[in-house]
Write a protein that binds this ligand. Structure first.
Ligand code: NAD
Ligand code: SER
Length: 313
């Protein structure tokens, strides 16, 4: 049996830190190489190998893959929805070129597997708002969404044409306390916890009734690991799987926090991110993921809120 050696690109980011730690538990510290453009995250220090790496430098990436005997890549480096609208050219360039570099190297080096996340941001205003299906009208309005949708089809192409085993999930907004979020429209649902504990109040950049699909990080990490461990014949979607957990609005999460911090006050001053949020579905139909590889979320709004507050306190 081939002993897996995993390279995580973007390991110092919101998902990267927790995913790297989870993979190190499964495969052993020495078998998971963390890498990022920025410095190693504090939580990763001392837990395993780290290399400084720019995914835009294909030669350097290729050298690392060969030198470290890498068999799997998890590509997490990207520019997210809100930051992407400030510099669309850069977001397109990083999100697309980074993926193409990884897919090319995976084909050339015959890697076992590649993981690359997509997002609910692929959906646009013409997609169904409720229980948005796996296959539906997809007309994204952000550069981030466009790059994710194009990326899904590159994954599908490399799978069909070259047999690269690349797997993907359309994450909803992810909520976590270990590492800071990287500039998404759903980041309000993290900021709100920090502000509630530090200031007792929060001004949300979305309207009070804006419903969005969300997920607590432990569920997202488990979904990722379960998808990657599923037998290849169980994978029927080679673009990206819908996965779902919770849907709530800023008003609803505010009310949930109030149960723990009675004096907490929330106000609403929507900015440019409101239009992005309104273009996305409110809830997602993830029945294909449930059927293919047994996906099932564990955290609801109440359990997630208690856990976030307990850990941040
Ligand atoms: P993040 O911004 O927190 O982390 C991305 C990391 O990539 C950062 O540490 C950054 O330094 C690194 N990076 C940027 N450019 C790089 C480069 N050229 N070379 C190497 N590293 C580079 O993002 P995240 O929230 O952890 O998201 C990870 C992936 O998951 C992205 O593809 C994102 O689109 C996707 N996703 C995230 C969410 C969410 O809510 N966090 C939801 C849907 C999809
Ligand atoms: N959480 C992400 C964002 O808001 C969704 O991909 O950009």
């Amino acid at each position: 049996m081939v002993k897996e050696k995993i390279l995580v690109i973007g390991a110092s980011g919101q998902i990267g830190v927790e995913l790297t730690l989870a993979l190190r538990k499964i495969y052993g510290n020495a078998h998971v190489v963390a890498s990022d453009l920025r410095e190693e995250n504090e939580l990763l220090k001392g837990t395993g190998p780290y290399v400084s790496l720019d995914v835009m430098n294909k030669e350097m990436l290729h050298v690392q893959v060969i030198r470290q005997n890498i068999t799997q890549i998890y590509l997490l480096a990207a520019i997210l929805s809100a930051t992407g609208e400030k510099n669309p050219g850069l977001a397109w360039h990083l999100n697309m070129q980074g993926l193409l570099h990884v897919l090319d190297i995976a084909r050339e080096e015959k890697l076992q597997k590649v993981y690359w996340p997509s997002s609910i941001a692929v959906f646009g205003p013409t997609s169904p708002k409720k229980n948005c299906p796996q296959q539906t009208i997809i007309e994204p309005i952000t550069v981030y969404g466009i790059s994710k949708y194009a990326g899904e089809f590159w994954c599908n192409y490399f799978n069909r044409r070259f047999g690269v085993d690349v797997r993907s999930i359309r994450y909803p907004g992810l909520i976590s306390y270990k590492s800071a979020p990287g500039g998404g429209t759903t980041d309000y649902a993290i900021e709100i916890f920090h502000e509630a504990l530090e200031q007792g109040k929060y001004t949300c950049f979305l309207n009070e009734d804006t419903l969005l699909p969300m997920m607590y990080m432990p569920d997202a990490i488990r979904a990722t690991v379960e998808l990657m461990e599923a037998p290849r014949e169980r994978i029927s979607v080679h673009t990206s799987y819908n996965v779902a957990a919770i849907t709530f609005s800023p008003k609803e999460i505010g009310a949930e926090i109030k149960k723990h911090i009675p004096g907490f006050e929330i106000s609403f001053t929507p900015d440019y991110r409101q239009a992005i949020a309104e273009s996305w579905p409110q809830s997602i139909d993830d029945s294909t993921a449930r059927q293919d590889w047994g996906w099932k979320h564990e955290f609801d709004l109440s359990r997630m809120t208690s856990d976030m507050l307990a850990n941040l306190q």
